[in-house]
Design a protein around this ligand. Structure first.
Ligand code: SF4
Ligand SMILES: [Zn+2]
Ligand SMILES: [Zn+2]
Length: 312
């Protein structure tokens, strides 16, 4: 099998694009796909400062790598969740990338350690709060990324969500008819109110398999293991179902997700815009100032409860 562009030996075939590429042409293809997403979903401009949310996995490190290679000003934030060996290893991978490749581009890494603020790792915190670990984790990560982006004047926050993540999330939202989540599911979420950072997903056109191949071809050292708390999650099940469909009919995931985005842009019934709704319902948290619908935001409530439950 030869590369469809330069006719040398191909290293990867992409059935959904009916194409095969050598290492060099594959890397160019990936960069073009990201550049296309950035442009068509109005994510950011060349002069903007970007904060990338990194976990040590392939998607977020590949995203940081692509943005730096394309010449963007991209720093990163890593949240150490305190999940034993998994967090130690993922932190090492992120630190290694930051000290070698990112530093050479003049980019920096910001680290937030959950244990330092909560007095324990994410599992201990969830136990104390009687909440599921992943929802506690979600609240913390959303809060810390938004805080870092707003306080340190980044124009936009970027996450490594890929086509598989977005198609699986869409399937979950449709199965449960989560109207509000469906409304907010998109590659660009504008900064609707003061205190909320703009959020973008530049890898939304790329599949998990393509990103893993990109990381290998470009020698990005990432943590292969998933977070141990992800075991048995619904998202993994939805991804398995979609992979089955994709094998039978290449391009299914792409048609499902992109079709949704097209429909989202042409609503039949004019609705109150997301920004208008946020401006009407959100106001500053009385403790930390971040936007919330209640008097105190869920992060501050969580931390207050954790501190009374585990006095230090
Ligand atoms: S699997 Fe759960 S605990 Fe692990 S990173 Fe994801 S949300 Fe957080
Ligand atoms: Zn080629
Ligand atoms: Zn708060």
């Amino acid at each position: 099998m030869n590369c469809g562009k330069c006719k040398t030996k191909a290293v990867i075939s992409l059935p959904r694009h009916n194409a095969a590429f050598c290492k060099g042409c594959f890397t160019t293809f990936m960069h073009e796909q990201v550049a296309r997403a950035i442009k068509s979903f109005k994510m950011f401009a060349p002069e903007d400062r970007i904060l990338v949310a990194v976990s040590g996995g392939k998607d977020s490190l590949a995203l940081w790598h692509i943005l730096l290679t394309l010449g963007y000003r991209a720093d990163a934030l890593y949240v150490n969740l305190g999940i034993g060996a998994y967090s130690d290893e993922s932190h090492r991978k992120v630190r290694h990338y930051a000290d070698t490749v990112a530093a050479a581009h003049g980019a920096k890494l910001i680290v937030h350690v959950v244990e330092q603020e909560a007095g324990g790792g994410i599992r201990e915190l969830a136990t104390v709060l009687h909440r599921p670990t992943c929802s506690t984790c979600g609240t913390i990560k959303r809060y810390q990324f938004n805080r870092a982006a707003v306080e340190q004047d980044y124009d936009v926050m970027a996450t490594g969500h890929n086509l598989d993540d977005e198609a699986a999330r869409l399937l979950g939202n449709v199965l449960h008819w989560q109207d509000e989540y469906l409304e907010k599911q998109g590659p660009t979420l504008p900064a609707s109110v003061e205190g909320f950072a703009k959020k973008v997903k530049p890898l939304c056109r790329l599949s998990e398999r393509e990103i893993a191949a990109y990381a290998v071809v470009n020698r990005i050292d990432y943590i292969v293991e998933e977070c141990p708390m992800a075991k048995g999650s619904k998202m993994i099940l939805y991804k398995e179902v979609l992979n089955r469909l994709e094998t039978e009919s290449p391009g299914t995931k792409q048609r499902f997700y992109w079709g949704f985005l097209e429909k989202q842009n042409k609503p039949d019934v004019p609705k109150e815009s997301m920004a208008e709704k946020d401006q009407r319902t959100l106001h500053p948290c009385q403790s930390c100032g971040q936007p919330t619908t209640a008097d105190t935001c869920s992060y501050c409530k969580m931390m207050a409860k954790a501190k009374t439950a585990t006095p230090r």
